[in-house]
Design a binder for this molecule. Sequence first.
Ligand SMILES: [Zn+2]
Length: 222
Amino acid sequence: MVTEQLDKAKRSKGVDPRSLRLRGGHPVLDFLNTVDPRVGDPARDTDYLLGYEGLIDWCVHAGTLDASAADDLRRTARHEIAAGERVLERARELREAIHSILTASIGRSAPAERSLATLNDELARALTHARVEGAKSGLFAWGWDAAAAGLERPLWALVRGAAELLTSDDLKRVRLCAGDDCGWLFLDVSRNRSRRWCSMDSCGNRAKARRHYARTRARRSA
Ligand SMILES: [Zn+2]
């Protein structure tokens, strides 16, 4: 309950998950980028997943949950506040576990066992609700057993997406933004795999301006 009140206070100060730019190029990376920035003192970082409602808002914003499912969840959450809080805690734990696994992978080291256990625990829970759905065209697609959906529904697409990303060739394209005060992750889909920043408009331009400033100062003092 205390977290819920704190989250509400922050939201009223304008921390809105729907205002967060989606720069990861992959919903799972965008999910990790709901902490901004992700460098230095964690106490200074802003967590955009504020309250269960914030989690739902972000999932709709990022396209991992459709609007009608979100409406149903919001309605249920109003009567099950403690259950919503627990799902939010699980979402944050899952997010930090995936972040730890991916940053270890970028640094070519083994993941922490605890992080992998958190991911696999959530994956097992989500896959209980996974379904293969057939279409008239004779094709099939992954779906979810919506009838069984509780408040944890927003986690399912995220954890399955994380498992797919980790086991795909795209893993080699996951990069850490080179911006000094960023720490966001993104998928580098550039042809020569040379993208350095989550966004040229923000981190890229800031780095350029900093280099320009350093050069000008060096010239002046010379
Ligand atoms: Zn960045």
